[in-house]
Write a protein that binds this ligand. Structure first.
Ligand code: 6R9
Length: 635
């Protein structure tokens, strides 16, 4: 039966209808036929969005690593599971077979166990894109420890916040990372973070750069000698389907990051099923997703989804621009990559450079191209389609979120006809709805509204770590009995969805979610700053860039503006990371506010976007006069 692998449009509609008419029967069949369970579920789905409470495959027992590793050993143990392409093109690529990966994961799991980690413990993984990152993730899953991967570009402050929020006992890191021509001293960042993380008992270190590090006695240990001494076999912990698998932090529109909690059973079923269909993965393919495992895209579509399908997944340490702008295409040619999944920001950066960087490589192995992280603009879409896909590889524009765990709206290649800038149709089992401001569903086509999901899907996050109330308030309180995504969307005449962007205070910069509040908090901590507001404005490569409006304290008034700008960005870099730096900083006498004291970002956004012809009604503002002053001095 082809429910698992959809091959033409009629079949998509058929399977979609079935998945919506009787979701439980549908997902039960998928779960039953394509995974190995230690024990089957007592019930497929229990849910109540008002609480919210969602449980899939309750009562089932499994270990996701048995599905990603063990079960492939009998039939394809010698197949490459992870194809590691190092940063330096001169360093040899590594083909890690399923058997080798299984062994490495077991050794690592045994080390973690010896170091005191057991089921339910939280382990922070702060590593560059090297095989040990995937191995550490899977080793945690093997033991039932909850991994919390923190992208190794976050600063020590951001790292400490994440470690403390979920009380990690251990950090797995490396001496450093190498990306492009830059090396980063990760151990020093961890050391600084741990000054404020009293709960961390152990730090395990992978050697990557060979840079000098100081080990804190009793806390820090090199990993390799421990791995060498560990047994290559490790029984998998048998987990409940609803036990947490991992925590992954995403920016919120207010305050601290949200630790989204994903669970074992539903996450496995959904990421594996979407991977198979959305990339039309066939045996023998070489699949490459260029994301970092520090983001959800890497979790679901570098590690879990591909490995659950016994696929070969490329793990790339480097950057698209090193040693030159042809690196992606060089790697595609070298490994005969068949599916290539990247972000619009990378496409835009490469599209600016000479076409020779693309044309000198043989890209004929490519079958499917993917895009994720932000809306892909028309120009970038065509460049990708013409120059990389040569007009023959469908582009799957995949819309989804950290919270959704897997792809939600996307074409199925060779099945769904694509249209530039449209994520097209909901994936099997996904029930989107568009809402108006009053909270009513807008039915029919050629409409736009706020994008919600009406019905649970297996890989949805179950809660925010330690703060279920916030989970409820953020996602389930705006529209009754619906999951609210925070995005706006339109549905065209044929029912295709186009994501129009965030409708909350999250700005997507180079595909990374940034909440305005934590950045403003960071700016406001500068001694010369009284208040600030940031908004996004269009940027050729990053999609959006950040524009900050900053009110200085009297003490700051006399200071050199350029120095202040530098200091503010330095502060943001230290507290959040370089991705959150502001492109423009305008010092202003005041910020437009409503009478209840809320900053009117709508107006600031228009000023930042140089779209001030129609500012709307500003007469209700507390301080309308400030708007003209800000406009006169805008950058
Ligand atoms: C997977 C991921 C989620 C936000 C999401 C939306 C934006 C992601 C998109 C897209 C338009 C696409 N987004 N994919 N917008 N088209 N194909 O990116 O997760 O980091 O949590 O970001 O990214 O605004 O709400 P995450």
């Amino acid at each position: 039966m082809s429910n698992y692998h959809i091959k033409h449009l009629e079949e998509y509609f058929q399977v979609y209808r079935k998945s919506v008419r009787d979701p439980e029967a549908f997902w039960e069949e998928i779960a039953e036929e394509h995974f190995s369970w230690r024990k089957k579920w007592d019930r497929v789905l229990r849910w109540d969005f008002s609480k919210p409470e969602v449980a899939w495959f309750e009562g089932a027992r499994l270990n996701i690593t048995e599905n990603c590793l063990d079960r492939h050993l009998a039939t394809q143990g010698e197949k490459t599971a992870i194809l590691f392409e190092p940063n330096d093109p001169g360093e040899q690529a590594q083909h890690i077979t399923y058997r080798q990966l299984h062994e490495r994961v077991c050794r690592m799991a045994n080390v973690l166990k010896e170091q005191g980690i057991s089921k339910g413990d939280r382990v922070c993984i702060y590593l560059p894109m090297i095989p040990e990152l995937a191995v550490a993730v899977l080793a945690c899953a093997r033991l039932g420890a909850i991994h919390s991967v923190v992208f190794a570009g976050f600063s020590s402050n951001a790292l400490a916040t994440r470690i403390n929020d979920c009380q990690c006992k251990m950090v797995i890191t490396s001496d450093g990372s190498i990306r492009g021509s830059k090396t980063l001293d990760l151990k020093a960042i961890v050391d600084a973070a741990l000054e404020s993380c009293p709960g961390v008992e152990r730090v395990l270190l992978v050697k990557r750069t060979g840079g000098e590090v100081t080990l804190v006695p009793g806390r820090d240990t090199w990993l390799q000698p421990l791995l060498d001494g560990a047994s290559p076999a490790c029984e998998a912990e048998v987990m409940d389907a609803e036990d947490p698998l991992f925590i992954l932090y995403t920016s919120g529109s207010t305050g601290k990051p949200k630790g989204m909690v994903h669970t074992c059973g539903g996450y496995m079923v959904y990421t594996a099923y979407t991977f198979k269909n959305i990339f039309q993965y066939r045996d023998g393919d070489v699949y490459w997703c260029t994301a970092d495992i520090g983001w959800i895209t890497g979790h679901s579509y570098i590690v879990y989804g591909p490995l659950a399908n016994g696929a070969t997944t490329v793990l790339f340490e480097g950057v698209p621009t090193y040693p030159d702008h042809g690196r992606f295409w060089k790697v595609v040619e070298k490994h005969r990559v068949t599916q290539f999944y990247t972000a619009p920001t990378a496409i835009r950066a490469l599209a600016r450079e000479s076409l020779e960087y693309v044309e000198q490589y043989d890209l004929s192995s490519l079958k499917v191209l993917g895009s994720v992280g932000e809306p892909i603009n028309e120009e970038a879409w065509h460049w990708y389609n013409n120059n990389v896909g040569k007009g023959k590889s469908p582009i799957v524009d995949t819309w989804w979120q950290t919270e959704t765990g897997g792809i939600m709206i996307s074409p199925i290649p060779f099945v769904t006809p694509t249209t530039p800038t449209y994520a097209t149709l909901p994936f099997i089992g996904v029930q989107p709805a568009l809402m108006d401001d009053e909270g009513n569903e807008i039915k029919g086509n050629q409409v736009s509204g706020r994008l919600c999901i009406k019905f649970p899907w297996p890989s949805m996050a179950r809660t925010i770590w330690g703060d279920h109330q916030r989970y409820h308030d953020t996602y389930f309180s705006t529209f009754k009995n619906n999951y609210f995504t925070g995005d706006g969307a339109l549905r065209d005449a044929v029912g295709y969805y186009r994501i129009t962007g965030r409708v909350d205070d999250v700005i997507i910069v180079s595909g990374h979610n940034l909440g305005t509040a934590p950045i403003e908090d960071s700016i406001n901590e500068h001694p010369a700053v009284a208040e600030s507001a940031i908004v996004g404005f269009p940027h050729e490569i990053k999609g959006n860039a950040l524009y900050g409006f900053v009110i200085l304290k009297e003490t700051g008034e006399g200071r050199d503006r350029e120095n202040l700008r530098r200091e503010i960005n330095q502060q943001i870099t230290e507290q959040i990371g370089p991705i959150a730096k502001l492109d423009k900083i305008q010092f202003v006498p005041g910020l437009p506010k409503t009478r209840s004291g809320k900053i009117m970002r709508r107006i600031l956004r228009k000023i930042a976007c140089r779209d001030t012809a129609d500012l709307g009604d500003i007469s209700t503002l507390l301080n309308p006069e400030v708007v003209q002053e800000i406009m006169d001095e805008s950058l």
